[in-house]
Design a protein around this ligand. Sequence first.
Ligand SMILES: *Cc1c(COP(=O)(O)O)cnc(C)c1O
Length: 429
Amino acid sequence: MSKLALLGGQPLRRKPFPIYRTLGEEEKQAVLAVLDRGVLSQFLGTWSPDFNGGPEIRALEKEWADYFGVRHAVAMNSATSCLYAGVGAAHIGPGDEVIVSPYTMSASASAALVYGGIPVFADIDPNTFCLDPASIRRCISPRTRAIIAVDIFGHPAAFDEIMAIAREHTLVVIEDSAQAPGAKLGGKYAGTLADMGVFSLNYHKTIHCGEGGVIVTDDDAYADRLRLIRNHAEAVVKAKGHREPDALVNMLGFNYRMTEIEAAIARQQLKKLERLLEPRIAAAGYLAEQLAAIPGLSAPRTVAGARHGYYVFAIKYDAARIGLPRARFVEALRAEGIPIGMGYVEPLYLQPMYQQRIAIGRHGFPFTEARPEAVRYERGLCPVAEAMHFESLLTTDLCHADIAQSDLDDFVAGIRKVIDHRNALMEAA
Ligand SMILES: *Cc1c(COP(=O)(O)O)cnc(C)c1O
């Protein structure tokens, strides 16, 4: 077998892997129709018929709500904005504890901080990489108010248990389903499994419109507050008739508005969701079959009753069984022309903001409002997340609709080539 590229041989693959493209004629026509109408955003920041946006926004929200089977969908300019608005709508305030995952995109945790809330990191499950309900239970204190649970990599979090915990302790649950549109648990769509659910439409996600997000809920009061926060709440509450102190809590508004163009694209993308998701699931199934024959590598698991969206295909790497440190394996695989990620993002509490407890202003707010036990962000806090990130996981986003069988075969062949040459690699080290 030919020599490893890392040791001077020919790389297995020179051609770049196909890029995921989801835009077509439908999106082009939809954008042109908006341009012809000439109103690129119809939102008005006053209490008026246009307070909730123009025709594309309203149509997107109706179609989104119908598709996912929820009462309300509120479109915003990003999932990050949706998370922030969700925390605001949940009435989170300074010192309130919000249980979050350390193994996710940073906004799923920092959303709490925007309202002075304290992110309390629970550990993840070593099979789904989503929050571990047992660890959530250990994090609950009298000051816990909410949980933000993420459907990481496209696998739904354990919402049956999470919602039971929430009911027991009267907590609000926000589902971050940015990576899991179309995934399911027990026949219900991911994103609809909690009190509020957030989807992302950013360029890197399964369906996208450039930048955008949608937050869904069955609760009329949350929907009302989400729409207010999206569009300068403080300026409209009087005209809308909100005067009681409680109705003013967190009614400091933002401009989280999505444009008509983005909404028009998002409407077309939603129609394609199922068509874009099925090839992901098929590709993941094929890769899992191939990896099953390689001792030391494990394909992602899906819990019973769940449908995985495979935004990321996360492989567990057993360095002892393979006989190569993970970093060496990754270096050799990349040299073969096979892109692969080592872990995902560093567990969030290791970010400087948490380590130094400096977020809003220079005096430590809101960490200064916290119980000391709630702001222990030291290394070792979430051992499973750390083990997954620093030792075990390999990640790829190759499971998408534009990937061919031959691309997946190259991916597997690259892995096999590196493993077959592990002795040469170790000797060269
Ligand atoms: C992408 C992502 C977000 C943020 O989405 P934006 O639309 O870019 O703000 C939030 N949470 C998770 C888990 C994500 O993957």
